[in-house]
Design a protein around this ligand. Structure first.
Ligand SMILES: [Fe+2]
Length: 265
């Protein structure tokens, strides 16, 4: 994770992290030695090729891909290069909806799914878990905020003890009452990458741009108009069920897709 530019602890004990300003897209052409493709923007197809290769390599070494992997065994699964240096080819997957943030599928296979999530200004997810998966989040457009949560009190201890003793995932049964509290806020800008799994925290994500801030990007010559925030999510293995932590009651849902391959479903 990049060094935070600002790190403070508020009166309520919540850690607030504001990462260093992201490098603009045009950086690719000026710092070629530090970027892939000799300074040329990375295509999303190349990212997919690299990800497929990384996961095959992990499996070839006998690693089972899930959130119990050691960090050394999944550090190659990296969306940072694409996030900091791309030509905007994610825009063809970026469909928005006025009512709710939406998940647009780029690719799903047995190892991972790559999803472009589009958030109109003010759209925020509920607090949720990530099953047994890794979750990487890369900001492609807009100003985003991630709020991490921990379970409060004896429930937190019980969940941790159960997970350690049985290998069970750290997710409570549907219908149980769980109190969570925010412990960390990550302000994220274009190019920032976050990582989370169930052993670390629960979280919610949202676009905190105000509607007045939404306008065509200054450097846009592709016809792309900023409508809010766009994030690239890499889940591994693909997430088939998500627990929602709401009003002290846990519910479960199966996440769907708003589009696949840029085509509305
Ligand atoms: Fe998430």
């Amino acid at each position: 994770m990049p060094n935070p530019a600002i790190l403070q602890r508020g009166e309520d004990g919540i850690v607030v992290i504001e990462k260093a300003a992201a490098t603009p897209k045009s950086c690719c052409h000026h710092h070629a030695p530090q970027t892939p493709n000799n300074g040329q923007p990375m295509a999303i197809e190349q990212l997919l090729v690299e990800l497929r290769g990384a996961f095959e390599a992990e499996k070839a070494q006998g690693h089972v891909i899930n959130n119990r992997q050691e960090p050394e065994s999944f550090k190659r699964m990296n969306t940072k290069s694409y996030g900091t240096c791309n030509g905007g080819d994610w825009q063809r997957f970026a469909l928005f909806n006025d009512i709710h943030y939406v998940r647009n599928l780029v690719e799903a296979n047995e190892d991972f799914e790559l999803i472009v999530i589009c958030w109109k200004a003010g759209q925020v997810s509920r607090v949720h878990n990530h099953d047994a998966s890794h979750c990487w989040l890369t900001v492609l457009d807009g100003d985003m905020k991630e709020v991490q949560y921990q379970r409060v009190g004896s429930q937190a201890t019980a969940a941790a003890v159960l997970a350690a003793a049985t290998g069970a995932e750290r997710a409570e049964p549907v219908g149980s009452a769980v109190v969570v509290e925010p412990t960390q806020i990550n302000a994220m800008k274009v190019g920032d990458v976050g990582y989370i799994n169930d052993h670390l925290a629960l979280h919610s994500v949202g676009c905190y741009l105000s509607p007045e801030d939404v306008q065509p990007a200054a450097d846009s010559d592709s016809g792309w108009r900023q409508q809010g925030g766009v994030t690239l999510h890499l889940y591994s293995p693909p997430i088939r069920r998500v627990k929602i932590y709401e009003e002290n009651a846990v519910t479960e849902r199966t996440p769907g897709y708003y589009s696949k391959g840029g085509v509305r479903v």
